[in-house]
Design a protein around this ligand. Sequence first.
Ligand SMILES: NC(=O)c1ccc[n+]([C@@H]2O[C@H](COP(=O)([O-])OP(=O)(O)OC[C@H]3O[C@@H](n4cnc5c(N)ncnc54)[C@H](O)[C@@H]3O)[C@@H](O)[C@H]2O)c1
Ligand SMILES: [Zn+2]
Ligand SMILES: [Zn+2]
Length: 342
Amino acid sequence: MKALVYHGPRKRAWEEKPKPTIQKPTDAIIRITKTTICGTDLHIMKGDVPEVIEGLILGHEGIGVIEEVGRGVSNFIVGNKVIISCTTSCGSCDACRKGMYSHCETGGWILGHMIDGTQAEYVRIPHADNSLYHYPDDVNEEAMVMLSDILPTGFECGVLKGQIQPGDTVAIVGAGPIGLSALLSAQFFSPAEIIMVDLDENRLNTAKTFGATKLVTNNAIENIMKLTNGKGVDVAIEAVGTSATFDICQSIIAAGGHIANIGIHGKSVELHLEKLWSRNITITTRLLDTVTTSMLLKIVLSGKLQPEKLVTHRFALNEIMKAYDTFGNAAKEKALKVILTN
Ligand SMILES: NC(=O)c1ccc[n+]([C@@H]2O[C@H](COP(=O)([O-])OP(=O)(O)OC[C@H]3O[C@@H](n4cnc5c(N)ncnc54)[C@H](O)[C@@H]3O)[C@@H](O)[C@H]2O)c1
Ligand SMILES: [Zn+2]
Ligand SMILES: [Zn+2]
């Protein structure tokens, strides 16, 4: 089969690899029908995720059709259409029983990280029963791809951790696919204001059509304090992963507020406890657990949420080298999510 293979920092190739086979009775083999590229894949390509070994197939998102199942798989049969969760989980270890699939003792984020991923014609999914989701025939399949990672990430790590309440003023710093997913799902809780912060005007314009009530490009701290009459926001969601954007969040948080960090931080941030200690605030972090995937799927199927709106570019799977170039130049290409169809 063909696959997108990592060959060390800045080196990748679309090349021949052996088709995966069942290794454990709980595995399934999926024929990929659609996959995508994540900002995290770009981090890997830069060499920021050193545990990724040369020769690994990248990708942790996608949908497909079951090609083969191990004898221990009971929820899926050959021919089923499935969403592949980016988080692999056994469902029965201590962490899984606490709902922390991301810390599953024999899973977590392993696809396209520790084991071969989804940017290929076929992929092996361990713990298939708990790591795949059925979806019906008559749906927008691009929306299904958004359920692998970005929609549950924005919702679980941003919206749920931020504990958004009706009437709240919310700021989301970063209008990439994750920040925009948080924007879409924040509206389940009817906040009064959602202020989107980004440097990229094009992404902010998209945010406006997704329900943002205010947009902020520069001087974020000053402008948000002005917009909130000096009070700050009830919930600040960090969806970038830099010291500068974490600093915006801690500078605009109102007394009693929640800062929900989603961004992956490669460097330390400065925490201003000398200002925050008396303000009754909560700071949370989370690695995506995907425990809300079934719930989000129901909402998408009901038509109340249209995550396919995040898709800006489409390619055939064998054009993935070109797709990486486009996605790697997201600002210039006005790219959010790219869909690759096999
Ligand atoms: N916690 C988790 O489990 C989890 C899962 C997936 C992704 N992530 C992380 O979430 C973050 C967002 O992901 P994404 O794919 O949307 O990323 P992205 O790079 O596409 O989007 C980030 C956005 O932040 C904006 N930005 C950068 N610096 C800024 C600044 N100083 N002020 C305002 N805006 C600024 C950029 O213009 C961009 O639009 C990343 O760090 C990603 O690694 C975390
Ligand atoms: Zn991802
Ligand atoms: Zn587990």
